[in-house]
Ligand binder design. Structure first.
Ligand code: ADP
Ligand code: ADP
Ligand code: ZN
Length: 224
């Protein structure tokens, strides 16, 4: 793939569709940072102070973090050096105002030949529930699945050895609310990319490696 041009990729998909997993793998492949807003918030929530407390409370209920905090965190992250050649976003934008903010940012940083594409990882609500009930995560950001992506050593992260935990928001009641929120907020965002002819739809209900292959094949066509 021609990497001289800037590449921006935005992942869409319900919670548990495998966006984070695929964004991280694609980041390694394209040598671009995969930026997960949820991950940045989770990391912040482990610190001390008022912001951490607010984030913890909101995230454990599966609600969206207030807009000022979102844009603040995004601004800081996108100003880092590693994002200059492009970046992969997972979990942003999640509402219309965020799409508007992102479009503004892209207008400033993209030249006519650069690429901005969206990837929708399509997965049914039923599959989401199956995946999230057995998701385990590490504080370093790595995610596992007890059946489909087990860690090498039970209960510990392959990368850093950290203890794996279940996310507060992966409880069945919260999953149902997050799905509702996703269906309500995301449809117009996906339509926007579709209208522009810049949406790649990927069948998410396949093994992790097959989803990855489909994503790379579709990107190769687009990023000529
Ligand atoms: P998201 O970022 O969309 O919330 P994750 O990447 O964290 O989703 O994936 C959700 C859960 O499903 C994790 O436990 C992950 O290991 C698992 N998973 C990801 N992709 C697949 C797949 N294609 N098949 C089965 N399980 C998957
Ligand atoms: P998932 O894709 O599994 O829903 P994420 O890790 O992307 O989970 O997000 C976890 C939580 O972080 C969300 O439920 C929400 O509270 C917060 N969050 C993530 N992205 C955003 C966003 N773009 N706007 C507001 N809140 C967000
Ligand atoms: Zn780890």
């Amino acid at each position: 793939m021609n990497q001289k041009k800037k590449i921006i990729i935005i992942f869409f998909g319900p919670p548990g569709s495998g966006k984070g997993t695929q964004a991280a793998m694609l980041g390694e492949y394209l040598k671009l940072p995969a930026i997960s807003l949820g991950e940045l918030f989770r990391r912040e929530s482990l610190r001390k102070g008022k912001l951490a407390k607010t984030l913890k409370e909101i995230m454990s209920r599966g609600k969206l973090v207030p807009q000022e905090i979102v844009e603040d965190v995004m601004d800081k992250r996108l100003r880092e050096k590693d994002a200059r050649a492009g970046f992969i976003l997972d979990g942003y934008p999640r509402k219309k105002i965020q799409l508007e903010k992102l479009s503004e940012r892209l207008r400033k940083i993209l030249k006519p030949d650069d690429h901005a594409l969206a990837i929708l990882v399509d997965v049914s609500d039923r599959e989401v529930k199956k995946r999230l009930s057995k998701r385990r995560v590490c504080a370093c950001g790595a995610a596992y699945h007890l059946e489909f992506k087990p860690p090498r050593q039970r209960g510990n992260c392959d990368f850093c050895g950290g203890r794996l935990i279940t996310r507060e928001d992966d409880k069945p009641e919260v999953i149902a609310d997050r799905l509702k929120l996703y269906h309500k907020e995301n449809k117009p965002l996906i339509k926007y990319w579709e209208k522009q002819g810049r949406l790649i739809r990927i069948r998410g209900e396949q093994a992790i490696g097959s989803v990855k292959k489909d994503i790379i094949a579709a990107l190769k066509k687009e990023l000529k």
